[in-house]
Write a protein that binds this ligand. Sequence first.
Ligand code: FE2
Length: 228
Amino acid sequence: MASWFSKMLGTEMTLDNLDRLLEKQLQDLYSAENQLISALPKMADAAASSTLKNAFRSHLAETRQHKTRLERAFRLLGKKAKDEKCDAMKGLITEGDEVMKADGDDDVKDAALIAAAQRVEHYEIAGYGCVRAFARRLGRGDVAKLLEQTLKEEGAADKKLTQIAERSINAHAAKANPQNKRLGEKANGSQQRGASAAHHNGRAPVRSTAARSSPRTRGKRRPNMARR
Ligand SMILES: [Fe+2]
């Protein structure tokens, strides 16, 4: 018979003991990690900044480890690793997909990718913090230790994204501000002509202007950016 909690959620899930809750939460995290393993390569491809690409790629390698650790945790608990679809992660990844599909300035898009990725990290940090506490409470120090390793890596990944944003990407993204763009165009007539030409070629002027304002080489999304 379903518990009051299950009824409230409108599901058949029964949560009548902490062992069961731990198992369900591990299944949720297992799904979250699996979804991330599919999403991170796309995020790395979509990032314009090489630093951000590398951060996503290195977190992909860690995420594969997180999945393996969860499988070990299930084994230690005598349970089968099961992927219980994590709708929250699905939603967070969908938001990331929307950023990737958006048109606009490379630096602003990178800032948005970081914002999406940090939401994912914070979700995982909350999830791993809870399961570690449940495992400890149940006297499963072996499982808690595994989960703590992952929790630390999620925290480090989150801090790294903050550093990348604050040390470079947000500053570059701020230069894509339309007000700054207008100031830049007034200051340089040839740039004004370049932006205008880009517009006539069907490319968004904001992207062209950001390319001039950014010292970084970002060729992928900016073909034909040579000065006219
Ligand atoms: Fe993870």
